[in-house]
Each structure stands twice: as structure tokens, then as C-alpha cells.
Design a protein around this ligand. Structure first.
Ligand SMILES: Cc1ncc(COP(=O)(O)O)c(C=O)c1O
Length: 425
């Protein structure tokens, strides 16, 4: 692997110099150190293309929707184009894409709409591994007498216990809410398999793909899930959320909405005025990923092929970084990594790692690193059920290191050096 040019070591070319040149914020300095953004799971940096799209919308098209004049028409066209782009990203139809404020807000809206149709004794299956945004909105339906069950993890590798899931699925289960990838320990869940199991029991599946989206190509058709939600600010776009819903669900469930708003899908799910300038940025974020793909594989012709090529290149690249990170971490006395650590199983995880070092408080480690320009996260990152289950919640949670495709091997080495310094200071 080289950071001094095109990385072709796994047959997937990622032009890391070009990639980094797209992200102006990567030039940030802290106390004379270049910033290393290892905080991607909390939000990724944004390429220039996205900034330009937002600015250009505000300059040329700023208006509310559905008006009989130029800038409003431009706004309608921009939203339609962004929706088409997101449909390509999810691999669904355009009217199956809903924009919203963020994943959490969208999930509360969907859980309330689904909850309207549920009755006491209906069951919803959640998991210990999930972010709280795919837990609390469903848990709130207990008020209606809905029974919440929770799938456990296998503690040794922080993977979902599928036998437990199978046991807890039954004819009363109406919905299974599951994460595609854990924002805490990086586990990638077998969502297609879980969807088959849930559908066989007559339950719908709601997938939280927020953490997966920067690390893998989403294909809702192949997954056959009923809903899938993610947040563009985790995949190089602006702070928003977006949802895929199967057309019959978007038509049949009843959103809480105002009367003048259309009953057409997907608009009936988009409450009030959207942050239109940011919708312009979503399209540009997907275009950026497609551009990474075209550069890594010029033979990719369609946007979907380009997206697939991008993820092939970035996943291969991230895996090399994470392999070195694991090697280095395991050599530091006192480091305990949570989740899958066997390199032979790295296909089951993405490049997000949580750890503890002896009895050190994770905030102390994150602060030490932060002063050296290395941005990590500490605490529970809202994966509260998991930190409680692992018994670390009362001790400050864990330290999270998140690698995405704009990070470099030099940054990994800097992090390892700083952690060694921390443990020997
Ligand atoms: C896995 C996961 N799900 C859901 C969320 C919540 O997303 P949002 O901030 O868009 O509400 C996050 C945010 O960190 C996340 O990592």
C-alpha cells in the first residue's frame, strides 16, 4: 500500500491522492499536527463537490417547492434528480426514496405510523447490537401494549446470536429492526438471511444502514428488506437522513401529516419544508462515490457499476488499513478489542474498532489523542444496549477508531505511536 499515489495492491485502484484532494477539511491542523479524522462513524468529511452543489442550489434555485416560477421549478427538478440518484444508490424506484432530517427522526415517524396499525400483544424484535435510534422509536410502542423482545449477541465476537433471533421470532412478530453494521464494534450483520427468517415468520424488516453506507454497496432488492434507512452525513454528504420503503408500505401505512400535503408517495412522508440545499448535497455525495468508482475502474459505465467499483476499491483499501491497525493494537499491552478480531473473518466486519486499554478511561485516551490531532470517539456512541451488555457503560464505554477511505496508513501509524506513548507515559 502506498499513500504516495494510486493504490493497486488488491487489483482495485484507489487514487488516495485524488481522494484526499477532494476533502479540504483534511488540511486541518491541531497544535502543529495534521488532523487525522478517525471519527467517520460520527460523521464523515465532505468533498468539494458536495459543498459546491449546496452553494450552487442556494445561488440559483433557492425557493420552496411546487411554485409556478423559475427557482421553484428548479427546486422541484433538483429534488427529483437527487431522488433518482438515491434510488440508484439503494437500488430501488424513485418513489420509494424519502428524505428527512436524520435517521432518528425518520425512524420515529415510521415507528409511529406502523404503531398505529399494531395492537396489544403484537411483538417487535430488536437487537442488543443496534444504535439506540433503531431501538427507542420501537420501544416507545410499548405504550400501546406492543411487546418488545431483544436478540442477544455472542459476547466473544459481538455478532448477533441468530439462534436467539430464531427462537424469539414467532407468529406474533410484526417487525424485526436490525442494523446492517454496528457503529460501535463494526460487525456486519447477515441482513439478507435475517430478512428471509423474518419474512418466513410474517414479519417486516427495518434496516438501519447508517453505519454500513460508507463501507458497502446497498442493494435493497437483493436484501428484500421492507425499509432501510441511512444518513448521508455518514457517507460524505450533508447532515440529513434518507429512507427506502417498499412502495406498498409507503402507500398503505398512514404518516402523521398535514392535510394540504399530497397523498402521493413519497411526498406524503416528507413532513413540512425539507432542507433543500442539503438534498442538493446528497446527490453530489453519491456522485462523488461514483466518481471514485469510475477512477478505480474506468470500464464502469452505469452509475450503479461505478458505485460497485467504488466500494470494491474502498473496502479493499480500508481492509489493509484495519489489518495493520489490529496488528499494531494487539502488540500494545492492556489493549482489549471488542468484536471480530480474526483477520480471516474481516468480511464480517467493517473498519470500525472499539477498544479499552487497561483501566484507562476512554475520554482520557480520546483527549490525549485529540491534542495530537487524532480524532477518535469515546463513550457509548448511542449503542447503549451494547455497552451495557459488555459491562463497560459504567466505566466510560469504549474508545472508537473509525477508518474510512480517505484515511491513510501514515495516520494508522501515528495513532499506534500515540497509543504506545499514552500507555507508557
Ligand atoms: C448505526 C447508527 N444508526 C443510527 C444513527 C442515528 O443517525 P442520525 O444521526 O442520522 O439520526 C447513527 C448515528 O451515529 C448510527 O451510527
Amino acid at each position: 500500500m502506498s499513500t504516495a499515489g494510486v493504490d493497486r495492491s488488491a487489483g482495485n485502484a484507489l487514487d488516495i491522492n485524488w481522494v484526499r484532494a477532494q476533502f479540504p477539511s483534511l488540511q486541518t491542523q491541531v497544535n502543529g499536527h495534521p488532523a487525522a479524522f478517525l471519527d467517520g462513524p460520527a460523521g464523515t468529511q465532505v468533498p468539494t463537490q458536495v459543498m459546491h452543489a449546496i452553494q450552487s442550489y442556494l445561488k440559483t434555485s433557492n425557493a420552496n417547492t411546487c411554485g409556478a416560477f423559475l427557482t421553484s421549478r428548479r427546486t422541484d427538478e433538483m429534488i427529483a434528480a437527487a431522488r433518482t440518484t438515491m434510488a440508484g444508490f439503494f437500488h430501488c424506484e424513485r418513489d420509494e426514496v424519502v428524505f428527512g432530517q436524520n435517521m432518528t427522526t425518520i425512524t420515529f415517524a415510521i415507528s409511529r405510523a406502523i404503531g398505529r396499525e399494531l395492537k396489544g400483544g403484537d411483538e417487535i424484535l430488536l437487537t442488543v447490537l443496534d444504535h439506540d435510534a433503531n431501538f427507542s422509536p420501537w420501544k416507545a410502542l410499548e405504550e400501546k401494549g406492543v411487546v418488545i423482545r431483544q436478540v442477544d449477541i455472542r459476547e466473544e465476537d459481538c455478532t448477533l446470536d441468530l439462534a436467539d433471533l430464531k427462537n424469539k421470532l414467532n407468529e406474533k412478530t410484526r417487525l424485526v429492526a436490525v442494523g446492517y453494521a454496528s457503529n460501535a464494534v463494526g460487525t456486519i450483520n447477515p441482513v439478507a438471511e435475517i430478512t428471509r427468517m423474518a419474512h418466513a415468520a410474517g414479519a417486516m424488516v427495518y434496516v438501519d444502514a447508517v453505519h454500513y453506507a460508507p463501507h458497502g454497496l446497498i442493494d435493497v432488492k437483493a436484501l428484500d428488506c421492507d425499509f432501510l434507512v441511512c444518513s448521508p452525513y455518514k457517507f460524505f454528504g450533508p447532515h440529513m437522513g434518507t429512507l427506502y420503503g417498499k412502495r406498498p408500505h409507503l402507500q398503505n401505512f398512514r404518516p402523521y401529516k398535514v392535510r394540504p400535503c399530497t397523498e402521493q408517495i413519497p411526498d406524503r412522508w416528507e413532513t413540512g419544508t425539507q432542507v433543500q440545499e442539503l438534498i442538493a448535497g446528497i446527490g453530489a455525495a453519491v456522485d462523488y462515490i461514483a466518481e471514485v468508482g469510475r477512477r478505480s475502474n474506468p470500464a464502469a459505465t452505469t452509475r450503479r457499476e461505478a458505485l460497485a467499483a467504488a466500494y470494491r476499491a474502498t473496502v479493499a483499501y480500508e481492509r489493509r488499513l484495519v489489518t495493520r491497525l489490529f496488528e499494531g493494537l494487539q502488540a500494545i499491552p492492556g489493549v482489549r478489542i471488542y468484536g471480530i478480531t480474526d483477520p480471516k473473518r474481516f468480511e464480517e466486519r467493517c473498519s470500525t474498532i472499539s477498544l479499552r486499554i487497561g483501566k484507562h478511561h476512554p475520554t482520557a485516551i480520546a483527549t490525549f489523542l485529540g491534542e495530537r490531532g487524532i480524532f477518535t470517539w469515546d463513550g457509548n456512541y448511542y449503542a447503549l444496549n451494547l455497552t451495557e451488555r459488555l459491562g463497560v457503560e459504567s466505566q466510560g464505554g469504549m474508545l472508537r477508531i473509525g477508518l474510512v477511505h480517505y484515511n491513510t496508513m501514515e495516520e494508522v501509524e501515528r495513532l499506534l505511536t500515540a497509543l504506545r506513548e499514552f500507555t507508557t507515559k
